[in-house]
Design a protein around this ligand. Structure first.
Ligand SMILES: C[S@@+](CC[C@H](N)C(=O)[O-])C[C@H]1O[C@@H](n2cnc3c(N)ncnc32)[C@H](O)[C@@H]1O
Length: 343
């Protein structure tokens, strides 16, 4: 569908130069994809996103672009504007800049990100903040690195998943909508009446979902990051749950009070969950099921880590299920290993 004609800023280019200049504008993120180009007998008009760009000025100087003009252009069907994939957490969208911009300067990257952010906000009415990734997920609290480029300048939001509500400030605590399938899966195999332990609980998604759908279970949700812990407590209240017990601090602290109390343990700390397998074995009673998330080269490698740890702790385990949850990098995947502590 093509929409109405609107006045836009465009570069005027002789037809014989048009393809070369078009490629240059696309490569440098200078085309405004909100409009369609137009042509006259001798010229092509490309809509541009930044008329102050030094690069455009240089092409004017060299004669490859005739001028920047006001031009009536047809509005492009906004749904067809290509956007990079993005994560949505409540009203916050976080996207990665497409690879073709990776060699740009920081200010150029931000300019392109602003354009993308504006488009995301224009197309998705429920998104109020758009941000682009400026690095990986960092530190012991697993915080995302991003910069807000459009909309509200706050990453505080309300996210909904499986009928539960989660308040979170994405700049201060971890949340990944990409794990929603795993939360659904583990919720579906959990049994009502269990003692469930979630060390590394974050703002509570695993803990709160399981508690809501298993009212006779008791869920112990432990979290190290004080900000995430604050939201975990708020989210327990928000979801009106009396069967989630929040526990602040290091997961290692659980052992003293809860030795051999767990029927199920969920370990969503793939960066270093291996360092806490001794804690899981200490908490696990006979027949406890553990869901171990781990970054590894292969699912087999992650299984091997579980088997070695069991041997060290003199416990017997049976692997019930394992799979790659997602790619973490070209070489590394996130594996999940479900295992039962049979003795
Ligand atoms: C990858 S996040 C998972 C959060 C949540 N379970 C989710 O799925 O959204 C891991 C969480 O573990 C917490 N954490 C890291 N080390 C910890 C420790 N030693 N004891 C307890 N929590 C820890 C981090 O602060 C972070 O919130």
């Amino acid at each position: 569908m093509i929409r109405s004609e609107l006045m836009a800023r465009a570069v005027k280019i002789k037809k014989q130069n048009a393809e070369k200049v078009r490629r240059f504008l696309v490569k440098n993120g200078l085309i405004d994809f909100g409009y369609l180009p137009s042509s006259s007998k001798d010229f092509i008009f490309f809509p541009i996103s930044d008329e102050k760009s030094v690069k455009i000025r240089q092409l004017i100087k060299s004669g490859e672009i005739e001028a920047i003009v006001n031009k009536k252009l047809k509005e492009q069907d906004r749904e067809r504007v290509s956007l990079p994939p993005f994560d949505i957490i409540g009203g916050v969208a976080i996207f990665e800049l497409p690879k073709e911009y990776k060699d740009k300067t920081d200010s150029e990257k931000e300019k392109i990100a602003k354009e993308i952010g504006k488009k995301i906000l224009a197309h998705h009415k429920n998104i109020t903040t758009a941000a682009f990734k400026t690095g990986g997920i960092k530190g012991p609290y697993r915080i995302r690195s991003f910069k807000i480029v459009s909309g509200k300048k706050s990453a505080f939001t309300l996210h909904k998943e499986m009928g539960c509500r989660f308040l979170i400030d994405v700049s201060k605590a971890y949340y990944s909508p990409r794990l929603s399938f795993e939360r659904k899966r583990i919720n579906s195999i959990s049994k009502d009446g269990e003692n469930v332990f979630v060390p590394f609980a974050g703002v509570g998604p695993f803990a709160i979902i399981i508690a809501k759908y298993h009212p006779n279970s008791t869920v112990y949700a432990n979290e190290l990051n004080p900000e995430a812990y604050k939201y975990l407590k708020e989210n327990i209240k928000l979801n009106k749950l009396s069967n989630v017990i929040p526990i602040p601090g290091d997961a290692r602290g659980l052992v003293e009070k809860y030795r051999r109390k767990a029927d199920r343990i969920i370990m969503p700390l793939p960066m270093s969950a291996d360092e806490f397998l001794d804690v899981a074995f200490a908490l696990a009673r006979k027949n406890c099921v553990v869901h171990f998330y781990f970054f590894a080269f292969s699912v087999k490698d992650a299984e091997e880590i579980v088997k070695q740890a069991a041997k060290k702790e003199k416990r017997k385990v049976k692997i019930l299920f394992s799979r790659a949850v997602r790619a973490y990098s070209p070489e590394i995947l996130e594996a999940v290993i479900d295992f039962k502590v049979i003795d």
